[in-house]
Design a protein around this ligand. Structure first.
Ligand SMILES: *Cc1c(COP(=O)(O)O)cnc(C)c1O
Length: 374
């Protein structure tokens, strides 16, 4: 069976873990965490980054930083992972879901303004497959109505919007290093704090509500409980693994992009003959090869394609189920139909994409997809 995903060990993961363990300091914010922070700040120019135990935690930290409370409204796409919404629902926010675009699973930013009212506190965007949402419109609305913008950049490491790294455009950006992402640490994540108003509080909330980080920098002479927080920092063992991946980021990205391009070249004629739709990458966005997906005509066709590939030992997987129609949320939804979200729920299919997938395997997968349609 060709699996859908396979986490890649890029080289020094085990040596780094050993070095971390032998250093005698394996709790958070040790030498490997510092190394990872430096990497992100230098390579992408992030003002401030903090590793977290997951992207889910980075989103929960964001909701705490923005002081989201009961009655606040937060606007976000319905076609996204549960964590995007759950982090804000957990703080009592009312979630206002936006539909996807007709030509992309990303949220249709043209629909945001009609949902803004005096209760609206934030817009959360999610860059699906690492391909940027149209951020100029989002940031202009945030400016006009004095709202915060959080980017769920879980899939968007090393991807850009008009030259700016994703996750660095909104006030806060959340990344994931879950084993299904481009760069992994098993579980893991990061918050990019792009607004200096949040710099100090982000450290405090991440460290159980204490000003421990400021204490270790010698800025205060004792540390204590200064606000309500949690524990979002990963062990340095996790950072040790991540650091090895970062050493190979360029090579990992090179290979993933080559695989992505092979799928594109092999399947293009199905798009040209109207049998399938392939990913749409607008001029303002880059492709970080997080995912290769195809869009079928309807649910039955997708089901048949999954079965066809399975019979040939290829594991393909569908993706999100509309959050506005989920068991937890459907009764809370304001009733607006979100037809494109439902469409991608039924028709989008993801193909295997991981570093060790060989050219021959990609050709084999392409061959069986062509065979299905032709
Ligand atoms: C993977 C993912 C998450 C969750 O990441 P974790 O690190 O597993 O918490 C959140 N949002 C999106 C869009 C994702 O793809």
């Amino acid at each position: 069976m060709i699996p859908f995903n396979k986490p890649y060990l890029s080289g020094n993961e085990l040596e780094n873990i050993k070095a971390s363990v032998l250093s005698g300091k394996i709790s958070g914010d040790g030498m490997f965490t510092k190394k990872c922070n430096r990497y992100f700040e230098e390579k992408y120019g992030f003002q401030k980054v903090l590793l977290t135990t997951s992207c889910t935690d980075a989103l929960e930290l964001s909701a705490l930083l923005l002081e989201i409370k009961q009655g606040d409204e937060v606007i976000m796409p319905s076609y996204t992972f549960v964590s995007t919404a759950n982090a804000f629902a957990l703080r009592g926010a009312t979630i206002r879901f936006i539909d996807s675009c007709s030509d992309s699973p990303n949220m249709d930013v043209a629909q945001i303004e009609s949902l803004i009212n005096e209760k609206t506190k934030a817009i959360v965007v999610m860059h699906y497959a690492g391909i940027a949402c149209e951020m100029d419109t989002v940031m202009a609305l945030a400016d006009k109505y004095n709202l915060f913008v959080v980017e769920d950049a879980a899939q968007a490491i090393d991807s850009f919007y008009k030259g700016k790294p994703l996750g660095a455009i909104g006030h806060l950006g959340a990344f994931s290093f879950h084993e299904t992402k481009n760069i992994v640490s098993g579980e893991g994540g990061m918050i990019a704090v792009n607004d200096s108003r949040f710099a100090l509080r982000s450290e405090i909330i991440r460290e159980k509500g204490t000003n421990r980080s400021a204490f270790f920098r010698g800025e205060v002479d004792k540390y204590g409980w200064v606000e309500a927080g949690s524990s979002f920092l990963p062990s340095d063992i996790i950072a040790a693994f991540l650091s090895a991946q970062l050493d190979n980021l360029e090579e990992i990205q090179r290979r993933r992009k080559a695989i992505w391009q092979q799928y594109w070249d092999g399947l293009l004629r199905l798009e040209q003959t109207g049998k399938l739709r392939l990913p749409n990458i607008p001029d303002y966005a880059t492709n970080n090869a997080h995912m290769f997906y195809v869009i079928c005509t309807n649910l039955d066709e997708r089901g048949a394609l999954i079965q066809h590939l399975k019979q040939h030992n290829i594991h393909s997987v569908f993706h999100y189920l509309s959050l506005h129609a989920s068991p937890y949320f459907h009764e809370k939804h304001d009733g607006r139909p979100l037809p494109w979200t439902d469409f991608y729920t039924d028709t989008l299919l993801r193909l295997p994409l991981f570093y060790e997938l060989t050219d021959e395997q990609v050709q084999y997968i392409v061959h069986h997809i062509l065979q299905f349609f032709e």
